[in-house]
Ligand binder design. Structure first.
Ligand SMILES: Nc1ncnc2c1ncn2[C@@H]1O[C@H](COP(=O)(O)OP(=O)(O)OP(=O)(O)O)[C@@H](O)[C@H]1O
Ligand SMILES: [Mg+2]
Length: 393
């Protein structure tokens, strides 16, 4: 039986987990700067604009210029009628990255919209304006059906940009959107991204070049796989022998085989130092797409005993170093920064969240309870994770 039950998500102190829409953004075009809004569905955004933009500025985005140009041209086209496009692709292909690049484009201005009654406030804000809405990670048509009444078409050239994993024609017909199939990175772009993540501005030695390109090739143009493998390579000794071992472990059929994709991402987990493994698995306790306040994460890690004192450093500082280590490995994403540059909140990509849950269950570290029927007295989990929305049913 579990010896702990975790409920770390007190909805009164933080916004609740988002459901299918991670973020909705309403953007004004430059020629109408009065239309300057940003929205997060089902919760409030804290000081989102500036700090998020800074985070994006630091991230190297590779190989999407052509796609960004194409979609931007479509967004800025003369057509007056309200129009929609969806960026479509498999998990980790870079849909959100591309949408965010467009969102933070200089020709777009943003600010917060925080009212609880989202559709009503949207309606009021959009009336008479030319706007751009970005809906990230749409998979449930009901979400769109709930909101679409707010998006007026008063022939001002407004646009809606979706990102979604689904290619299903009927789904796109309901969204009334033109699907834009995001392409995979080519070999050169993959190598550029891998190199950038490992060496930053430094150059790669000729000894590692060939094997590095081979690793990049095996990642099959999938940016998420590339940055995670790069995170692993960056943290270990840069020898040909080690890189060759990694080449052998990277699966070749990630695009069509989710297990192989997961196994490749898991390479990074398997090479984490001992105390970082439980720190990483603990992200499985948070709901998907949840923006995790760093102070809360650190307190939980310390309370769990994952963090050990190191020399003169306080437990809190060791915990911050551990988080930074996971971020440098591209296992965790910075969501928001503080004004002094420290990480204020973070999140984890869906695929890596799945990996946490899978490993956590395999290792008896944590079980996430999805329904009362799952609670069994015979299980041997060390932690049970019950999200508060389940308790309120
Ligand atoms: N063009 C790119 N250049 C550099 N890094 C990228 C690029 N595209 C994606 N990435 C990296 O890959 C990670 C996953 O990308 P992203 O979250 O955009 O994928 P996604 O297609 O939205 O996945 P999902 O379907 O799970 O939402 C990002 O956090 C980023 O680190
Ligand atoms: Mg996404």
């Amino acid at each position: 039986m579990a010896d702990k039950t975790i409920d770390v998500f007190n909805p009164s102190s933080e916004h609740e987990a988002s459901t299918s829409i991670e973020k909705e953004s309403v953007m004004g075009f430059e020629d109408q700067p009065e239309m300057v809004i940003e929205v997060e569905a089902f919760g409030k955004l804290e000081e989102m604009g500036g700090s998020m933009a800074a985070t994006i500025g630091e991230e190297a985005v590779v190989g999407v210029e052509d796609e960004a140009y194409e979609i931007k041209s479509w967004l800025m086209a003369e057509r007056k009628k309200l129009d929609a496009v969806s960026i479509v692709g498999i998990p980790g292909l870079g849909k959100t990255t591309l949408a965010r690049k467009l969102y933070y484009d200089d020709s777009v201005l943003t600010s917060d919209l925080t009212d609880k009654d989202l559709s009503e406030e949207l309606y009021q804000c959009l009336k008479g304006k030319r706007y751009l809405i970005v809906l990230d990670d749409i998979w449930d048509i009901r979400v769109w059906n709930d909101l679409k009444g707010s998006f007026l078409d008063d022939n001002k050239g407004s646009r809606i940009l979706f990102t979604t994993r689904t290619k299903d024609g009927a789904f796109h017909a309901q969204l009334n959107s033109r699907p834009h199939l995001l392409r995979f990175l080519n070999e050169n772009e993959s190598w550029d991204l891998l190199k950038e993540k490992i060496f930053h501005k430094e150059s790669c030695s000729t000894m590692l070049m060939e094997v590095g390109k081979q690793i990049a090739r095996k990642c099959a143009g999938l940016p998420l796989a590339i940055v995670v493998v790069a995170g692993l390579l960056a943290k270990k000794e840069k020898t040909k022998e080690w890189w060759e071992r990694v080449t052998e472990s990277v699966s070749s059929h990630m695009v069509n085989d989710r297990k192989q994709y997961m196994d490749t991402l898991a390479l990074s987990y398997h090479h984490l130092r001992n105390h970082l493994q439980p720190c990483f698995l603990y992200f499985g306790a948070f709901p998907e797409d949840y923006e995790i306040p760093v102070w809360k994460l650190i307190w939980l890690w310390v309370a769990e005993g994952f963090i050990k004192k190191h020399g003169e450093e306080s437990l809190e500082d060791v915990a911050v170093d551990s988080l930074n280590d996971l971020i440098e490995r591209s296992l965790i994403i910075v969501a928001n920064k503080r004004s002094d540059g420290g990480v204020k909140s973070c999140r984890i990509h869906d695929m890596l969240h799945d990996l946490c849950l899978r490993k956590a269950e395999e290792e008896g570290f944590l079980q996430r309870i999805r329904g009362y029927e799952q609670v069994s007295s015979s299980s041997s989990w060390r932690r049970l994770c019950i999200h508060s929305h389940l308790l309120r049913r």
